[in-house]
Design a protein around this ligand. Structure first.
Ligand code: SF4
Ligand code: SF4
Length: 77
């Protein structure tokens, strides 16, 4: 199980992560960031994120950090 954090400051709303997430857990938000983009936002009410890191790998602006939970700790990737 995993979760991600999207840093709005770096996101330019390119939608790559939206399209690549196999669980469809990332959407484009309605609000506008300080830089004038609609940033991506993560929503995972059913805890479907596997921590696969695909979203972070495709993000051209390194705006996504993936956290993958293990039995005893949380590892930042
Ligand atoms: S880590 Fe994988 S499952 Fe989780 S939000 Fe990113 S692409 Fe989707
Ligand atoms: S891939 Fe990166 S820059 Fe593009 S929408 Fe996702 S978080 Fe934002």
């Amino acid at each position: 199980m995993g979760k991600i954090r999207i840093d709005e400051e770096f996101c330019k709303g390119c939608m790559l992560c939206v399209n690549f997430c196999p669980q469809k857990l990332i959407q484009v938000s309605n609000h506008v960031s300080k830089k004038g983009y609609h940033p991506a936002e993560f929503s995972d009410p059913q805890s479907k994120c596997s921590g696969c890191t695909l979203c972070a790998l495709v993000c051209p602006d390194a705006a996504i950090t993936v956290y993958k939970e293990r039995k005893t700790d949380v590892v930042k990737k």
